[in-house]
Design a protein around this ligand. Structure first.
Ligand code: ADP
Length: 303
């Protein structure tokens, strides 16, 4: 996993922890979680890094986080040339929007901007008609979710992993969301159902099952917008197929921004944004891009 991916996972865990309602301070919450998983130790530093540049909260609460509208968005990491230049596209309603492009073209940076983890250097992002910087951060965190490239599970039960330290999530919610990601039958076949321990000393899950738990964790609070960063890239073909099936079954329920490099994953999107060298070079559906966009055409051929 590259540093960018680690950073975004750290930042999003931070956002999740911010929505904890049982009065724990951020640092004690991170410290207690660290005892569950060495992985979280690694991201402590990165979350601290994000805290230094934390985006200020506004006070507005739009009726919905969608549509998300990026208008002429440019972004530069400090001291570097533009990573993104004049990026414009929209995510509406319950669209499944894919982003595809070569490695280093700026896809993860777009995900971070859409999540409000970074601010555009130029241009603006509106969510539900409101400029993102004016939106209340806690509201935003409650209405959006992130699924990272590699599922990061904690040692505990399936329910612990889906609930992920947030209160107000009942067992019925966990079963509902497990069903939404086509995992309920497999969970019910385990001796202790959602109370089955997973992890080093518990039941071993397949890569596809682990990623579907990660998606269930994001979905359980019923976010209206989910950002997924290459959620199938670490999976073998069989696991990828079941995760794609789960993603397809989510269509029409919530807006999804899906960064993907595999054509099998991108092909299920309603709209695809092609990003090359920090610029959007095409927006369209699979059929139109195959005939009009050279990068996309080559990607389909596997060149
Ligand atoms: P992609 O997701 O398409 O692979 P990224 O958005 O991760 O692209 O990266 C786009 C460019 O920004 C790359 O050149 C990358 O090296 C650079 N970059 C990514 N994260 C950082 C960072 N935290 N600091 C400086 N440069 C970064």
């Amino acid at each position: 996993m590259n540093l960018g991916n680690m950073a975004i996972i750290g930042a999003v865990l931070l956002l999740m922890l911010r929505s904890l309602s049982y009065g724990q301070t951020l640092s004690s919450a991170v410290a207690s979680i660290s005892t569950y998983s060495p992985f979280l130790d690694q991201i402590n530093e990165l979350t601290a890094e994000y805290l230094k540049h934390e985006v200020q909260s506004g006070e507005e609460m739009p009726t919905s986080p969608v549509p998300v509208t990026l208008k002429d968005v440019s972004f530069s990491y400090s001291g570097r040339d533009s990573t993104l230049k004049d990026v414009s596209f929209q995510i509406e309603g319950t669209d499944l929007v894919g982003i595809i492009g070569p490695s280093g073209s700026g896809k993860s940076t777009i995900a971070q901007l859409v999540l409000g983890l970074r601010e555009p250097t130029e241009g603006c992002i509106h969510v539900g008609g409101t400029p993102l910087p004016r939106v209340d951060r806690s509201w935003w965190c409650r209405n959006t979710a992130f699924v990272p490239q590699e599922p990061k599970l904690i040692t505990g039960t399936i329910a612990d992993n889906i609930r992920f330290f947030r209160d107000g999530i009942e067992d019925e919610d966990i079963e509902r969301v497990a069903n939404d990601v086509n995992l309920l039958d497999a969970i019910n076949a385990l001796p202790r159902g959602i109370d089955t321990h997973i992890g080093p000393k518990g039941t071993e899950l397949s890569g596809g099952q682990r990623q579907r738990i990660s998606i269930a964790r994001a979905l359980v609070t019923r976010p209206r917008l989910i950002v997924m960063d290459e959620p199938t890239s670490s999976l073998d073909a069989a696991s990828e197929a079941v995760v794609i099936e789960s993603l397809e079954s989510l269509k029409g329920q919530t807006a999804i921004l899906l960064i993907a490099h595999r054509m099998s994953t991108i092909a299920i999107c309603d709209k695809i944004v092609v990003v090359e060298h920090g610029r959007v070079t095409a927006v369209g559906d699979h059929k139109s891009l195959v005939s009009t966009n050279p990068y996309y055409k080559n990607a389909v051929r596997g060149i």
